[in-house]
Design a protein around this ligand. Structure first.
Ligand SMILES: *[C@@H]1O[C@H](CO)[C@@H](O)[C@H](O)[C@H]1NC(C)=O
Ligand SMILES: *[C@@H]1O[C@H](CO)[C@@H](O)[C@H](O)[C@H]1NC(C)=O
Ligand SMILES: *[C@@H]1O[C@H](CO)[C@@H](O)[C@H](O)[C@H]1NC(C)=O
Ligand SMILES: *[C@@H]1O[C@H](CO)[C@@H](O)[C@H](O)[C@H]1NC(C)=O
Length: 255
């Protein structure tokens, strides 16, 4: 009996300690201290896109074409990094549904590769990118425009606006676009748009990003993503620890 009680107490202590340690570890990367050369945090793009908001369609196409693997392996490359331009779901809804379903597998793959640059660029780099345009994506090129703090990405038939910064910590940047990019290499003629325009994004702050003064919506979005993903990790790791302790206790009791 005494042994059982002792085991239970130490098991509970162990659980409490590991929980504390886990939540501390999970919380640590959010603190924005300019620590000397911090180890870059691993970013799982699929997880980020699914937690960050209205990028489900984009993620679906990335997964369908396997381009998510190309992007993820570039995101893992901490020297170069990656800048992903994620069209919001409303951007896909604005296209006639046959525009993408008519594409061949290779064309769809190229179209997805056309939505990222094989290098990390923070927002403050975009005025230089505009000056250096056209800029290479994984496939084809775009023109970056920069006027009065509003960043545009122009590709063939699409003039997209950078709507917000979803995530930007070297080596990974993810920015939201209000349009799907439509390069002329894939679309020789202007693709048909959906008859009813998608719910228009509210004009004003949400539609613009000031490169020098990130908008509140941008911070909220990335805070939100951080909070969600770290809480998932804490819960996941916590229940793992709990499972381990339960195993440990039952193992000892059976001896
Ligand atoms: C990226 O890195 C993670 C963690 O090191 C690894 O699990 C994953 O397989 C890598 N993905 C690719 C596509 O290289
Ligand atoms: C999409 O385009 C096709 C071919 O032009 C057309 O027949 C169809 O009506 C369009 N669909 C919608 C929802 O506009
Ligand atoms: C998609 O393909 C169908 C059949 O070939 C064609 O009728 C339609 O116009 C195409 N739609 C678009 C938007 O190109
Ligand atoms: C970029 O701008 C140049 C000059 O206006 C133009 O010729 C080119 O087609 C544009 N490229 C893209 C991808 O839109």
């Amino acid at each position: 009996m005494e042994l059982k009680a002792a085991v239970l107490v130490s098991a509970l202590l162990c659980l409490a300690l590991s929980r504390g340690a886990l939540s501390q570890r999970a919380r640590a990367p959010i603190v924005e201290t300019p620590a000397p050369a911090p180890a870059p945090r691993h970013v799982e793009l699929a997880e980020l896109l699914s937690l960050a908001g209205p990028y489900g369609k984009f993620l679906e196409y990335l997964t369908m074409t396997d381009v998510i693997k190309t992007f993820q392996s570039q995101a893992n490359d901490t020297k170069q990094g990656i800048t992903v331009f994620a069209p919001q779901d409303s951007a896909f809804a604005a296209l006639n549904e046959t525009v993408l379903s008519n594409l061949t597998t290779d064309q769809l793959r190229s179209l997805m590769l056309h939505h990222a640059m094989p290098r990390y660029y923070q927002l403050s780099a975009f005025s230089a990118l505009a000056a250096a345009s056209p800029v290479s994506m994984f496939a084809y090129k775009v023109n970056v425009t920069y006027a009065a703090g509003t960043i545009g990405v122009v590709s063939g038939w699409a003039t997209a606006k950078l709507a917000s910064s979803v995530y930007s910590t070297s080596p990974v940047a993810v920015y939201a676009l209000n349009r799907v990019l439509l390069p002329k290499e894939i679309f020789p003629a202007a693709p048909e748009m959906a008859p009813v325009p998608a719910p228009a994004p509210a004009p004003g702050r949400g539609g613009k990003v000031m490169a020098d003064a990130p908008g509140a919506s941008e911070r909220a979005a990335s805070d939100n993503a951080d909070a969600k993903s770290s809480s998932c990790r804490v819960v996941g790791a916590g229940s793992l620890a709990l499972g381990y302790v339960v195993l440990l206790v039952s193992g000892l009791l059976m001896v």
